[in-house]
Ligand binder design. Sequence first.
Ligand code: SF4
Length: 450
Amino acid sequence: MALTGVQIYKFLPKTNCKECGFPTCLAFAMKLAAGGVELALCPYVSDEGKSALAAAAKPPIRLVTVGAGEKKIEVGNETVLFRHEKTFVHPAGIVVKVKDTASADEVAKTVKDVSGYSVDRVGITFGLDGIAIQNESGDAAAFTKCVEAVGSQTDLPLILMSADPAAMGAALDKVADKKPLIYAATKDNIDQMVELAKKHGCALAVRSSDGLNELAELTKKAAEAGVEDLVIDPGVRDFAGTLVTMTQIRRLALQKRFEPLGYPVITFPGEGASSLDEEAVLAAQHIAKYAGIVVLDSFTPALVLSLITLRLNIYTDPQKPIQMKPGLYQIGEPKPESPLCVTTNFSLTYFSIAGELEGAGWASWLLVCDTEGLSVLTAWSAGKFDAEKIAKTVKGESAAEKVSHRNVIIPGGVAVLRGELEEELPDWKIMVGPREAMAVGGFLKENWKN
Ligand code: SF4
């Protein structure tokens, strides 16, 4: 049973030293009770207090690891209902399913495509997170053979999908070292699946199609039997049902601290969709609210790219924009006579302008100012992108030593800075570029004379 803020307060030193980042011990206690912080933030809690507070410090949604090694997936340990309250921390794993009824060549091709998929976005490389193997044939030998083949062809985490404990056991014997997720324990097979999870040290998915009460009973049973690394499947598949159920699960876990449902959720959007388009929309809904693992029916690069992009946006800390390191960047292989453009260190802004310069064939110098990750107009209105800042960056990065001209192009959105900047940089000609990055190629074609 979770403790209240007042109960937690009794175990704190009550010195109000503020080292935890809160103005008082009581404020810290209230936040801890709500699951928004970790006890470790207070360095002065006694050992007795620590053990008494263990229940309150326990994450409301358990952190579960699937797979082993560098590519393992970690899901769960979320502490907020809405992203803007703090941030979502463990991005939903995006996994692609293969079936043991497919030919060996088809499976090998999918495994190769999924394992080799990678995309760069805002300077970060993303890929897919795992492969699920479904025992569609119902045959233990076919399943085991398929699992063994997939395991030998990829280092991505695996999810083994079979309701038959015998088939699951045989397949686990081949790939147990990869610590796959066992999917799934149900009311009919939970005892055997729990034993397999214990034997191989793997996380276990628990599924119920008979409501959250039954699901909670099953997770309690698994936890009491010694398997606590659980992933849950509430069994609903349609749009409205998954939205309502997953929201209910998240609320129960965070607001009521209901431990039997305090686990990451696995979803199968293809099973609730009648087309790829519907699967895409449902998968997007699951990523937004509140899937830990999303298993796609097939590998479709366009679908995967859009889901990865969405996931990046949702799991970006709203209080910390994705930033570039300030500095003078080379776009292509610029020469001393190449254009010198200025922008901010918000990653999306940087990659927009860099991409447009590159696409238009303009090798350039791109001077990135430290605006704490804010975009051009936001930074300007917040007083973080002004003439003084730009001038300081031009001088600090020794731009004059890199270029043979004295022309600097500022974003059209901050044309108002031109006059002040001419005063700050009297040796430079200040050119006002376009407002939109996409127009930079045309702008340079018309205005760049070097
Ligand atoms: Fe109180 Fe500990 Fe926070 Fe200091 S660090 S204010 S003692 S809770």
